[in-house]
Design a protein around this ligand. Sequence first.
Ligand SMILES: NC(=O)c1ccc[n+]([C@@H]2O[C@H](COP(=O)([O-])OP(=O)(O)OC[C@H]3O[C@@H](n4cnc5c(N)ncnc54)[C@H](O)[C@@H]3O)[C@@H](O)[C@H]2O)c1
Ligand SMILES: [Zn+2]
Length: 356
Amino acid sequence: MERVKIDLGKNSYDILIGKNLLKDLKTLLDGNLEQYFIITDKNVDALYGDYLNMLDDYEKIIIEPGEQSKSIDVMTDVLKQMLEKGATRRSGVVSFGGGVVGDLAGFCSAIYMRGIPFVQIPTTLLAQVDSSVGGKTAINLLHYKNNVGAFHQPAKVIIDTVFLETLPHRELLSGIGEIVKYGIIYDYDFFKYVVENIEQIKERNSDVMIYIIKRCCEIKAEIVSQDEKEEGLRKILNFGHTIGHTLEGMSSFSKYAHGEAVIIGMYYETIMAKRLGIVNDKYAERILGFLSGLGVDLNIDSYPVSGLVDWMLKDKKNVGGKISFILPVEEGKVKELLLEKNEVLKHMSFWDGQHR
Ligand SMILES: NC(=O)c1ccc[n+]([C@@H]2O[C@H](COP(=O)([O-])OP(=O)(O)OC[C@H]3O[C@@H](n4cnc5c(N)ncnc54)[C@H](O)[C@@H]3O)[C@@H](O)[C@H]2O)c1
Ligand SMILES: [Zn+2]
């Protein structure tokens, strides 16, 4: 079993990574909590719900799968069920699912009785390399991503690669999107490793997956330990997300898996960096070539640029009416650029038509 520590003073916690860890779920979950409230979605429950039977005392709350469940209505329903089933401040929440379950369950645990502990058991690749780590929890309001939420760190993250065996190919690709991101923003050697081993990743080779997940968690741990609340360094994790979140919102969360939108976002944001002259062409082409070979449809001609930019103006990362972009500048390095609406329109003029 691999172990990565997130160092946040009294909020520090361990990420445990391995294959078949869930066999010891009861031991891994132990602690001094009286009862666990396990939040999961219908798909994960159908595939893996039996694992929970080894626990003595738990309540299960099952939500519909999909981004639409990160809503006020579903949140209210979960909180009501917790109350009705007797959750107290001595209870714990376990998020058992992908990033949707994690963000929603995490937020419910952050606000229920002013905050109770929670444990993340991420079951998608995306959740294992990204969303289960770092304490961001949220729901979406009025089609805007994650605009109601809280920082609430988990007490533990348990990552079992066994879950990856049943993951649909599309969800695997979505996770690869966030994995590539870590290489581009922080560790160019890791980017090269991902490029060179992409076939083994797609085949879900267990050793490769454990290495990749561990490295992503280490990078996220290094970033979050330095900047828990996204006042500086942590912003680099938003590469690909200004455009990515916009595409998700404009399509009412029904068209793209989150990581797919991030892949498209990184692709167009890299073109922007190239056009702004802040990254050299050779490196930009390397990123673009790899992203375009992943198998995600990059055509977004149906979204007019002006509509996208208007949407971006509502992004919570903006400062003083300027839109925040994290853009690649050199191998393994990115920087934040704040751009006026007109500048963005100009640099996205490639959009309607020729992309490169
Ligand atoms: N909090 C953060 O720091 C953070 C970071 C990145 C992404 N996110 C959020 O994460 C969400 C996306 O998460 P996601 O990609 O995990 O999506 P998801 O939770 O919707 O899961 C994708 C699909 O896979 C199914 N599934 C889950 N585990 C499975 C398994 N083992 N086998 C088969 N099917 C399985 C789910 O039921 C769902 O249908 C977005 O809402 C995004 O905003 C949050
Ligand atoms: Zn993301």
